[in-house]
Design a protein around this ligand. Structure first.
Ligand code: NAD
Length: 411
């Protein structure tokens, strides 16, 4: 199933519950603008390479569009389109004054030198600088992009438009970024996992958690839940992972990854396992925090965890989601649980515009408040309407965007 079909299914379900008209549905489903550009770049060898970059600006009914920029070989227009729509619903679920967008370049960042990545990033900005900006569309990091990439984006944008730190978020702290942004998504995933466990009447200490993906989101989620006395029984990255039923030494995993270019390969504190084995491991909470589409019709029946927390964007295909629903597996949806990153990005954008910087304690406090309120609203809606958390989250997000669209008028 294509990524955009899954988000369409969830949208339709919420739109039915909200009784939205066909006209509004059409307006909300389509993208405001889709851009595809060629990025010719000289490699360090002197050879020319050409990459393809995308930016899909889905909806701006509630404010400037906001969404990450992904560097990954599998990036294509359909995926970017689906992720852009997800951002519209996500910013609305957590009630930020934003719309949704997403971008990406089809490339493998591990195969390019730092200088090559910088050239690709700057050429991409050259191609689209008139189409984004602080009041229009504000990119941020996603898979394969870092704070440094965001710094290059701002620096290149400034060459055309003057000093504009709010044109992109997720920047380095020493280059107009804010403390707390880097760990915000993982912190949010962790904090909402704890809220869900409490709501389900489960004891938090000793909860067995397996995490797929040990990048930005996976590492910070692991650390947060480890600090909350959960037992991290397995972690993995693109090369596979490691398990230890009594609990991995998370700090040792983090140290190993830090010392080995972000990779877990060679870790000696657990038994090796494949990514397929990790998804099927005996645990209480399964957290896919890497790619989309990893839980499918083919492997949904093998999942033993009674709770799945979508730290990644769209890790569960719609067929698998239906199977989980039938099996009584509780799914905490991406548009709610991984909204910590965009929420902290919003704080960064606000501070850039005010030329004023908060301390990390205030960032955490505001982050916990925004996410906590959204979680409670989704939980209440799910309980009162007797629908899964995903449908409730879509109802909340799609409903807010629909109301803003109607209030804005069409004349
Ligand atoms: P990242 O690039 O920092 O890390 C990705 C991790 O996934 C790495 O450990 C990588 O080795 C691993 N991985 C890649 N391919 C894999 C595979 N086939 N099997 C298993 N692991 C694989 O990315 P990130 O920023 O941590 O993002 C992870 C997910 O979270 C993405 O779906 C992203 O869209 C989503 N997300 C990220 C943020 C954010 O603030 N970074 C916010 C919201 C959602």
């Amino acid at each position: 199933m294509r990524s955009s079909e899954a988000t369409r299914i969830y949208f339709d379900r919420a739109a039915d519950c909200l009784d939205l008209s066909a006209g509004i549905r059409r307006q909300l489903l389509g993208a405001k603008r889709e851009v595809q550009v060629q990025i010719p770049v000289e490699l360090d060898s002197g050879e020319m390479a050409t990459y393809v970059g995308y930016r899909v600006q889905h909806n701006d009914a509630r404010g400037p569009m906001k969404g990450g920029l992904r560097y990954h070989p599998q990036v294509d227009l359909d995926e970017v389109r689906a992720l852009a729509a997800l951002m519209t619903w996500k910013t609305a679920v957590v009630n930020l004054p934003y719309g949704g967008a997403k971008g990406g370049i089809a490339l493998d960042p591990t195969k390019l030198s730092r200088r090559e990545l910088e050239r690709v990033t700057r050429r991409f900005v050259d191609a689209i600088h008139d189409l984004f900006g602080p009041d229009v569309d504000i990119p941020a990091p996603d898979m394969g992009t870092t704070a440094e990439v965001m710094a290059w984006i701002m620096n290149q944008y400034d060459k055309y438009h003057g000093f504009s730190p709010a044109c992109v978020t997720g920047k380095p702290i020493d280059y107009h970024g804010i403390p707390g942004r880097e760990e915000a998504t993982g912190r949010g995933v962790g904090a909402l996992t704890l809220k869900l466990l409490s709501r389900l009447g489960r004891r938090i200490p000793g909860t067995r958690v397996a995490i797929q993906g040990f990048g930005n989101v996976g590492t910070h989620t692991a650390k947060f839940l480890h600090d909350a006395e959960c037992t991290i029984v397995a972690v993995s990255d693109a090369d596979g992972g490691f398990q230890r039923p009594e609990g991995l030494d998370v700090l040792a995993c983090l140290r190993h990854a830090r010392e080995h270019g972000g990779r877990l390969a060679g870790f000696t504190g657990g038994d090796a396992l494949t990514n397929a084995e990790l998804l099927a491991i005996d645990c209480d909470v399964l957290i896919p925090a890497a790619l989309g589409g990893v839980l499918t019709k083919a492997n949904a029946a093998t999942v033993k965890a009674p709770i799945v927390v979508e730290a990644a964007n769209a890790p569960i295909e719609a067929d698998a989601d239906a199977i989980f629903d039938e099996r009584g597996i509780v799914v905490a949806p991406d548009i709610l649980v991984n909204a910590g990153g965009v929420t902290a990005s919003y704080f960064e954008w606000v501070q850039n515009r005010q030329h004023y910087q908060w301390g990390v304690a205030r960032v955490y406090q505001e982050l916990d408040r925004v996410l906590g309120e959204a979680f409670e609203q989704v939980w209440q809606l799910s309980t009162s309407r007797k629908v899964p958390l995903r449908t409730a989250a879509y109802m909340l997000g799609v409903g807010r965007v629909a109301r803003a669209t109607i209030l804005g008028g069409t004349a």
